[in-house]
Ligand binder design. Structure first.
Ligand code: C2O
Length: 547
C-alpha cells in the first residue's frame, strides 16, 4: 500500500559550525568529531522506524541525512570521522566485485569524501583509505584519522558522503550523506540573497523503497547471480525522501527562499518543476556562484549535482505548490515516473503578503571565464561498457581500461586541459572530477555511432578512430544556468562532451605535511552507482602537488 504524501513536516538537519566564534576578533578553526552510528530513523508517519546508518556528533543526535556542516572561507576545518558501526551490514553487499573487505572480515569499511572539496589528497576519502570501527582495520591507502579541509575555495555547496570501495552504493543507501556549505560573508552578504536558518535551506533528495516493517528494501539477488550473487547495477526507490522524510511538506511565507538542492540518490535523475508554474531562479550550481541569476521552469539534476535556487513564493497564484519530477529512470530512456516518484514535496504558502527584505541582484559573482587556448593539453576519454551474453553490463571502461589498472592521466596542479568525453554507453553518466572545476564547452552527437564503436572496441583510441570524422552531429545547448564552473556534469549518451578542466591547487600558504611517497591520487568517476564502486573509474595521480 502506498504511504500518504505530504503528512510529515520538512525537517532541518542539525547544523555544525566548524569554526569557533572568538569573543572578539576573527573566528578560529575548530576540531570536530563526527561519528557514523547505526540507529533507527522515522522516514514517514505511518512507517515503522527504519534501521539506518547516520552521521552525527553522538548516536542520539545523528540524523539521515547527516548534520549540515557550515564552514567559513579561509578557516580550516578538522574532522575526525569515526566509525561506530557494528559488523553486519543492514543491506546486502557483494564480495565478488572489487570491494573493501577487512582481513578479519569484521566491521563495515567506510571512508568520507567531501564532494566538491579542494583539499589535500590524504583528506579526500580515497576509496582504498577505508577504516572499520575504532580504526581496527584500514585500507591500503589509509594515512590518517583526522581530515583537514582548507575551505580556501569559492563560497558554495558541497556534500559529504561515503566513498568506500565497492560499498559506496550501500553505505549511501543506508544513510551516509550530508550537506556542507562554504560561506564567505564578505562577498555573499552584499548580495542580500535569502539567508539565515529560516530562508536558506539545504534540501537533500534521494529515493528509497521500504518493506512494511520499515526496513530499506534492496533486492538481494543479483541480475546475474551465477557471477555476482547480490550485485544490482542500479538502485531506484519509489518513495522520494527530502531531508529524511518521504514527500514532506513545508509551510512558507509569501516571499523568497533559497534552496540548495542536492541530488543524493544513487542513480535517479530528477527533472524538477512546479505543477503551478512557480519558477527556479538559479544563483549557483554545484561549485560556485553564477555571474547572473538564471530563471527556469524546470531543472534537471543528475546524481550528485546541486542546484542552488531562489524560489519566490509571492509569485504563486495558488496557496499550495507541489514540487514534482518527470525524469525517466534510468535517464534518459528508462521508465516514465509514476504517481509516487513523480512527486517530491509540497509547499503550503501562507495567504498574507509580506514585505520581502531579500532580493535577487542582477549580478552575482563573476569568476574568470574559461579560456580554451590556455589548455596545456587535450585528452579523449571514451566511456563504454561491455555487456555479457545475458545482457548485463559488466564493467565500465575508460579507453578500454578498468579502475584497477595503473593510472593513465596525470594532469599537473594549476593547469587547464580540454577533455573530450565520449559516452558510448546507453545511459547518461554524471562525470565527477575530484579537485577540478570544469566548464562545459559543448556537446556534439556522434554520427555513424556503430561504426565508431566498432573501431573503438578494436583500438581503444579515439584519434586512431578519427573522432573528428564522427563528432559532427547535432549540437546540444548547455543550459544557461549550467555554463558556470562545475564539478559534475551529465555526459549525454552517443555524444562527445567537451569540457575545460582547471586542476586546482590548495592556496600556497596552506601548510601540512605532504608525504610524496604516499600514493594519494584523485579520482574521476561517474556518479551513478551502476557499476562496481559507484562506477569509480581510475585515479589520476597528483604530481607536484605543492605549488
Ligand atoms: Cu561524490 Cu568521488 O564522489
Amino acid at each position: 500500500s502506498q504511504l500518504e504524501m505530504f503528512v510529515d513536516e520538512l525537517p532541518d538537519m542539525p547544523k555544525i559550525k566548524c569554526f569557533e566564534d572568538a569573543a572578539n576578533g576573527a573566528p578560529k578553526p575548530k576540531k570536530l568529531k563526527i561519528g557514523m552510528f547505526k540507529k533507527k530513523w522515522k522516514f514517514h508517519r505511518d512507517l515503522p522506524p527504519t534501521p539506518v546508518y547516520a552521521y552525527g556528533t553522538s548516536k542520539h543526535t545523528a540524523t539521515v541525512p547527516g548534520p549540515t556542516i557550515e564552514a567559513l572561507h579561509g578557516i580550516d576545518t578538522y574532522v575526525t570521522w569515526q566509525n561506530h558501526l557494528p559488523s553486519k551490514h543492514i543491506l546486502p553487499w557483494d564480495p565478488t566485485i572489487p570491494t573493501a573487505i577487512p582481513r578479519k572480515k569484521k566491521g563495515i569499511p567506510t571512508v568520507v569524501h567531501l564532494h566538491g572539496g579542494i583539499d589535500e589528497p590524504e583528506s579526500d576519502g580515497n576509496s582504498n583509505s577505508w577504516f572499520t570501527a575504532g580504526f581496527k582495520e584500514k585500507g591500503p591507502t589509509w594515512t590518517k584519522k583526522t581530515y583537514h579541509y582548507h575551505n580556501m575555495q569559492q563560497p558554495g555547496n558541497l556534500w559529504y558522503h561515503d566513498h568506500a570501495m565497492g560499498l559506496t552504493r550501500i553505505n549511501l543507501l543506508a544513510g551516509l550523506v550530508g550537506a556542507y556549505i562554504v560561506r564567505h560573508h564578505d562577498v555573499e552578504t552584499p548580495l542580500r540573497l535569502p539567508s539565515g536558518d529560516e530562508f536558506d535551506r539545504p534540501l537533500v533528495v534521494f529515493d528509497r523503497s521500504f518493506r512494511t516493517d520499515g526496513s530499506i528494501y534492496m533486492n538481494s539477488t543479483g541480475n546475474n547471480p551465477s557471477i555476482h550473487p547480490q550485485w544490482q547495477p542500479e538502485y531506484f526507490g519509489d518513495a522520494i525522501i527530502v531531508n529524511g522524510k518521504a514527500w514532506p511538506r513545508m509551510t512558507v511565507r509569501r516571499r523568497k527562499y533559497r534552496f540548495r538542492i542536492i541530488n543524493a540518490s544513487n542513480a535517479r535523475f530528477y527533472r524538477f518543476f512546479f505543477a503551478n508554474g512557480l519558477r527556479f531562479i538559479h544563483v549557483a550550481a554545484d561549485s560556485v556562484y553564477l555571474g547572473r541569476p538564471v530563471v527556469t521552469n524546470e531543472t534537471l539534476l543528475a546524481p550528485s549535482e546541486i542546484a542552488d535556487v531562489v524560489i519566490d513564493f509571492s509569485e504563486s497564484k495558488s496557496d499550495v505548490a507541489i514540487l514534482a519530477n518527470d525524469a525517466p529512470y534510468p535517464y534518459p530512456s528508462g521508465d516514465p515516473v509514476n504517481d509516487a516518484n513523480g512527486k517530491v514535496m509540497k509547499f503550503i504558502i501562507k495567504k498574507n503578503h509580506e514585505l520581502d527584505t531579500w532580493r535577487v541582484p542582477e549580478k552575482l559573482i563573476k569568476y574568470p571565464s574559461p579560456d580554451p587556448s590556455s589548455a596545456s593539453r587535450t585528452r579523449y576519454i571514451a566511456m563504454y561498457e561491455y555487456t555479457s551474453d545475458i545482457d548485463e553490463p559488466t564493467h565500465l571502461f575508460i579507453n578500454g581500461k578498468s579502475y584497477e589498472e595503473p593510472v593513465t592521466e596525470t594532469p599537473k596542479a594549476g593547469t587547464s586541459e580540454v577533455w573530450n568525453v565520449i559516452n558510448l554507453t546507453e545511459d547518461n553518466h554524471p562525470l565527477h572530477i575530484h579537485l577540478g572545476l570544469f566548464v562545459v564547452l559543448d556537446q556534439r552527437e556522434l554520427v555513424k555511432l556503430e561504426e565508431f564503436k566498432a573501431c573503438m572496441t578494436k583500438y581503444n583510441d579515439a584519434i586512431k578512430c578519427h573522432i573528428s570524422k564522427y563528432a559532427r552531429g547535432k549540437k546540444l545547448e548547455v543550459s544557461e544556468h549550467e555554463k558556470g564552473w562545475k564539478n559534475v556534469y551529465k555526459m549525454t549518451p552517443g555524444y562527445v562532451t567537451k569540457i575545460l578542466v582547471r586542476f586546482s591547487y590548495i592556496h600556497s600558504n596552506a601548510s601540512y605535511p605532504f608525504d610524496p611517497t604516499a600514493e594519494p591520487g584523485y579520482v574521476y568517476h561517474c556518479h551513478v552507482s551502476k557499476f562496481l564502486i559507484s562506477c569509480l573509474l581510475f585515479i589520476f595521480q597528483w604530481q607536484s602537488f605543492m605549488v
